[in-house]
Design a protein around this ligand. Structure first.
Ligand code: HEM
Length: 160
């Protein structure tokens, strides 16, 4: 009987367990949405302009996909946990766009410490984000308002 139950459980859970992405552990840090590095917009207009959670997920995944094959910056991502990056970026964008999310990742300074990111790398990533936002048909004024929130982060992301 127990064997049958175990087999049934494996049959039900097995295929799902196989596709659940796993993250590598990181050193402990204080979880605080302020780690997102920007204050959220007010109201729901920006969240809606970005097509809510599904739109943000598409934009983040497309930005990361483009960056991973972008010869200007792809090397920087090698060896890093892209499962965690996609999750925390989605949270960060959702939080800043004033969606119903907390940001659980590290500060921009901690996440990019000793990575050696240059101003040109930052510009390349922003270009990839812009392409992803265009593909998602985000209104141009909303794109620019969002980019204005991210732009000051170059001070902590780019190696001084
Ligand atoms: C506005 C610009 C940027 C934002 C908002 C941003 C956001 C983030 C976030 C949320 C994380 C994850 C934090 C965590 O794991 O706790 C992260 C990590 C990372 N970012 Fe950025 N980032 C930016 C610019 C860049 C640029 C320009 C590069 C390289 C071209 C880059 C490469 C990486 C890499 C490789 C990681 C993984 C770090 C690790 O594995 O420890 N980021 N970034």
């Amino acid at each position: 009987m127990y064997a049958m139950l175990t087999l049934a459980l494996l049959l039900v859970l097995g295929p799902q367990a196989a596709v659940v992405p796993t993250e590598q552990p990181v050193a402990s840090y204080v979880h605080d949405s302020a780690n997102a590095g920007a204050t959220p917009f007010r109201g729901t207009a920006m969240w809606r302009a970005f097509h809510e959670a599904a739109g943000i997920a598409r934009i983040v995944d497309d930005t990361v996909d483009r960056s991973l094959i972008d010869p200007r910056i792809s090397d920087i991502f090698k060896g890093h946990d892209m499962v965690r990056l996609r999750r925390t970026l989605k949270e960060q964008f959702c939080y800043i766009l004033h969606g119903p999310c907390d940001y659980s990742g590290r500060t921009m300074a901690a996440a990019h410490k000793d990575m050696g990111v240059q101003q040109a790398d930052f510009a390349a990533l922003v270009e990839n984000l812009q392409a992803a936002m265009r593909k998602e048909h985000i209104r141009f004024d909303a794109q620019n308002r969002f980019l204005a929130k991210l732009a000051p982060m170059h001070r902590t992301v780019v190696k001084q």
